[in-house]
Design a protein. Sequence first.
Lengths: 137, 137
Amino acid sequence: MALISEFKGGMEFLAKTESGHELVLDAGVSSGGQDKGVRPKELLLVGLSGCTGMDVVSILKKMKVENYTLRIEVENEKTEEHPVIYKKIHLKYIFHLEDESKKDKVEKAVNLSQERYCGVSDMLKKSSELTYEIIYE
Amino acid sequence: MALISEFKGGMEFLAKTESGHELVLDAGVSSGGQDKGVRPKELLLVGLSGCTGMDVVSILKKMKVENYTLRIEVENEKTEEHPVIYKKIHLKYIFHLEDESKKDKVEKAVNLSQERYCGVSDMLKKSSELTYEIIYE
């Protein structure tokens, strides 16, 4: 099994993942594309948010923490020279918790993901300065 | 501007990228999800295929190479321990060229992407053994 990404003309690629899902990739108009799909590089940040996000919600489930909302915002700073990479990545875990006494469990879940479980974080840390914070709304 | 990834329940996240595109992320059924969308980690490989693929097609355009098909296959080998990362990543650039005398240009375009332009390759090389080959069909 392998990921297959097929060139469709212009700058467009159609990817089919190992899990069987399809994604359209395209460059923006200023880079010769038609903006038909997502930029390749930003998928690293999408993957990062989902990887750590799924860790956190599954750890919180085991800890019986319920009734919360979570969104993850990912900020970045790129290098200016080629190859353009993410020099810095900053993750914001933004929670609304019904029971504020659960904050210590939230913190533990986020730290466990970042320090131990999230493979995407572990990979991106090798090339980017990766920081994170927890915010309660 | 930042990427925003919102928890939707279960293991599902809905991400909205800086370029304005939406993606559904979900775990597979065996990992407690419902397979409503792509796995986070495989997005690294999708991003890699698109990053280097767009490099290659834009370099070939500048070299006046036309009339070809390209698909990129990405194979991987993961670690078994946490955090699970891609230990090895192998890219296959599979071309069908009408004019076989252009093979040297294809090779140059692929090498330029891998050695100089592709930021995703540059990042993933720091954590994974990244190899590639060109195949003509």
